[in-house]
Design a protein around this ligand. Structure first.
Ligand code: NDP
Ligand code: MG
Length: 401
């Protein structure tokens, strides 16, 4: 290590799948940045305490105020035992937004919160001038132009294996040289199944992802292909392309993380074994490359990579998202909000697996749905979201299952 780095880092969602892997990367490469602040939901006090001792953040935010006391007690006790000062602890959603906006140009905010609750922190980080390493794809999908308009060129670096891959493939190219993007999909645990076979799927089965180990919501989204649908929209906003120039291909090995086809007919792919630390390290250290960050492919052993089309008759999530994106306005916010409600209902046993995208479709087709072409700022967007959550919950209650 060459002394304390001047770049500061705020990590939102420190105890999650991406958050813990990001801290892993920072432990191995301490020169990237020093941890200024961590934000967590509050459900894992002991893990937060370990992180506070290992990374010594100055600020710690617990978004769920009801859990702040338990987290505070664990952190204070661990810091006392380690003989180090405890971080300043604040609580609540506003405190997360404040922490997200507290850095400046030259610093980096990694937003690894799950769900559209990440939107306000994303906007705060962009307003501060810091780099935004964005794992929270929901904020870009839901916020759309609100987010891209707030971002300076290059300010958002995607932390999503597909988008990180595309960004790497595009290095040195200009926008007018892109013909289309090809986003790869593992196909999830239910690739090859029919709708009849999907009818009885349980949450445990949905959580068994074949190639990636991730949080509960994104793993479920990978099984329904809602994750891929969100990623198509994420790519549209991140790379400024219409949805019909973002294709999806199933690639079960998850080695080619995505591709770019150029106007001259050449396709550029980025490939590496599936390991999110690669995407995280890429975004945090860019444009530096971190030596030994992740294991490279070994072409001395035989391997085959396969590609096949998505079964869109069985999995309707992507087509629904494409239509919502073409409509624009708040349609993608509705799509995402209903999905978040539906995933919760699936886990509490009140909605079937196929019911998830069925509910998204129903609410999108509701004649009462607000269909304004332009949503009036962030307030308008949050109102659309609230309408969608209420509409989804009413249907879930009405169904009585
Ligand atoms: P997890 O569910 O594992 O982690 C979510 C994290 O956010 C936890 O630390 C949680 O705290 C915290 N949190 C929850 N609500 C809030 C809040 N309101 N404010 C601050 N922190 C909060 O999710 P993942 O790490 O899997 O995913 C995070 C994001 O990254 C998602 O948007 C996902 O789509 C995206 N992503 C994830 C990938 C992966 O491999 N996991 C790959 C590509 C993208 P607590 O522990 O207390 O609940
Ligand atoms: Mg991804």
């Amino acid at each position: 290590m060459t002394g304390t780095p001047s770049r500061r880092l705020v990590l939102l969602g420190a105890t999650g799948s991406i958050g813990t892997q990001a801290l892993d990367v920072l432990t191995r490469y301490p020169d990237i940045a020093r941890v200024h602040g961590l934000a967590v939901g509050g459900s894992r006090p002991e893990l937060v305490a370990e992180q506070a001792v290992a990374h010594r953040p100055a600020q710690l935010v617990v978004s769920d105020a009801a859990r702040a006391e338990a987290v505070g007690a664990a952190v204070h006790s661990a810091c006392r035992d380690a003989g180090i000062p405890a971080p300043q602890i604040t609580a609540g959603a506003d405190a997360v937004v404040e922490l997200a906006g507290s850095l400046a140009e030259g610093d980096v905010v990694l937003n690894a919160i799950t769900g559209s609750v990440g939107l306000l922190p994303t906007l705060a980080a962009l307003a501060s001038g810091a780099r935004l390493a964005l794992a929270n794809k929901e904020s870009l999908v839901v916020g759309g132009h609100l987010v891209t308009d707030a971002a300076a060129p290059g300010q958002i670096l995607p932390v999503d294996s597909e988008h990180t891959a595309i960004a790497q493939a595009l290095a040195g190219l200009t926008h007018d040289q892109i013909d289309h993007l090809v986003v790869t999909a593992s196909g999830g645990p239910f690739r090859g199944r029919s709708r009849e076979q999907l009818a009885q799927v349980t949450p445990e089965q949905a959580l068994a992802h074949p190639t990636w180990s991730m949080g509960r919501v994104i793993t479920t989204n990978s099984a329904t292909l809602v994750n891929k649908a969100l990623e198509v929209i994420e790519a549209c906003f991140q790379f400024d392309l219409p949805e019909d120039r973002v294709q999806v291909v199933v690639h079960p090995q998850s080695i080619v993380h995505s591709m770019v086809t150029l106007v001259d007919g050449s396709t550029i792919a980025q490939a590496s074994p599936p390991d999110m630390r690669h995407a995280i390290g890429w975004a945090l250290a860019h444009p530096e490359k971190l030596p030994g960050l992740a294991a490279p492919l070994d072409f001395r052993t035989a391997q085959s990579w396969t590609f096949e089309p998505v079964d869109e008759d069985t999995f309707d999530a992507i087509a629904l998202a494409r239509a919502a994106h073409r409509e624009g306005g708040g349609a993608m916010a509705v799509y995402n909000a209903v999905n978040e409600e539906a995933v919760d209902a699936f886990f509490d046993g009140s909605l079937s697996f196929l019911g998830i995208t069925a509910l998204i479709r129903e609410v999108l087709e509701d004649p009462q749905r607000p269909r304004a072409q332009r949503v009036d700022g962030v307030g308008g967007l949050l109102a659309v979201e609230e309408w969608a959550r209420t509409a989804a919950r009413a249907r879930l209650t009405g169904r009585g299952r």
